[in-house]
Write a new protein. Structure first.
Length: 80
């Protein structure tokens, strides 16, 4: 069984525009109706298996890490 998200964590995601669906067997993050999560896997299973998605597109964990790092670099460029 997955550990329950704290209300604080759930509210943070909701403020960012995410929808989270949970059962005892899985937890799924959606953004704009698509599987998506920047800070971890978009699908977590109670078996500890994970699935990584960006904007509805399945990616490997490595592809996810590279894409998120690139997004963060672009954000830093705009912030300066």
């Amino acid at each position: 069984m997955l550990p329950k998200l704290s209300d604080q964590d759930r509210n943070w995601y909701i403020l960012k525009g995410y929808e989270i669906r949970e059962t005892p067997f899985y937890r799924v993050w959606y953004l704009n109706g698509e599987f998506h999560r920047l800070d971890g896997p978009a699908v977590e299973w109670s078996t500890s298996a994970c699935e990584w998605y960006l904007n509805g597109r399945p990616v490997t964990e490595k592809e996810h890490r590279i894409a998120v790092n690139e997004m963060m670099k672009k954000e830093e460029t705009y912030d300066n």
